[in-house]
Design a protein around this ligand. Structure first.
Ligand code: B16
Ligand code: MG
Length: 217
């Protein structure tokens, strides 16, 4: 029996995945490193430093630890400028409706985002109060596809992973949900999110998700 929904943020609830891409793209352009949306697919759901490493793979030059920290900071600055102007309007279609409908059914809601900026984004979207638990990304040792972040969410909700439905737009995230032992809903392209139990193009079809919680004995 499913008792909780564990959401990813970027690309599921809000289109911040676009902002992450644009911020990394700006940094890569400044460095003269080739970067495009296809390479970006690998970065989705992956933490800040690991994402930077993936971008720097394409550069012939080596960067010191300090340089890398500076570059990551720089990208984060670009990203923060972009999310500053976000409002409730930036909720992806269906996301707000789904969360409210789940709450109405007594389903617990948690956030499992790798983003350290997630709490600011939830606040801008005006939905932070709807969450029973928000995982602190800074306290997660192993990023997605490791299941740690989803296991921490379930534990703090007081539930077993098998009682949770996870929602993700990234391949790394879907793998993390499956390895945690949750039911995985992929949001996006079924060709990319092959390991998900079901895939929806977006949350406009959120009734498909409610059905998972309704058809239970
Ligand atoms: P930050 P999610 C992830 O969030 C993003 O998908 C990924 O692109 C980003 O690098 C990561 O958060 C870290 O974000 O730099 O803000 O700490 O998809 O897990 O909600
Ligand atoms: Mg995501």
């Amino acid at each position: 029996v499913y008792k909780a929904a564990v959401f990813d943020l970027d690309g599921v609830i809000a289109d911040t995945a676009r902002f992450h891409y644009l911020a990394w793209k700006k940094l890569a352009d400044e460095l003269g490193i080739y970067f495009d949306e296809k390479i970006n697919e690998r970065l989705k759901g992956v933490g800040r430093m690991e994402s930077l490493e993936m971008i720097l793979e394409k550069s012939p030059r080596k960067f010191t630890r300090e340089e890398k920290e500076h570059l990551a900071e720089k990208k984060n600055g670009y990203y923060k400028d972009m999310i500053e102007k976000m409002t409730q309007e930036d909720l992806l279609p269906g996301a707000g409706e789904l969360i409210l409908a789940l709450k109405g059914r007594g389903v617990k809601i948690a956030l499992a985002s790798a983003s350290r900026n997630a709490p600011i984004v939830l606040k801008r979207l005006g939905i932070e109060e709807l969450f029973d638990y928000v995982v602190d990304a800074a306290r997660i040792k192993r990023g997605k596809p490791d299941p740690e972040i989803f296991l921490v969410a379930a534990e703090n909700l007081g539930l077993k992973p098998g009682e949770c439905v996870g929602m993700e737009d990234s391949t790394a995230g879907i793998e993390a949900i499956k390895r945690a032992g949750m039911f995985a809903v992929g949001i996006g392209d079924p060709q990319i999110l092959k390991k998900a139990d079901i895939v929806l193009k977006d949350l406009k079809n959120f009734r498909e998700i409610l059905r998972l919680f309704d058809n239970q004995v």
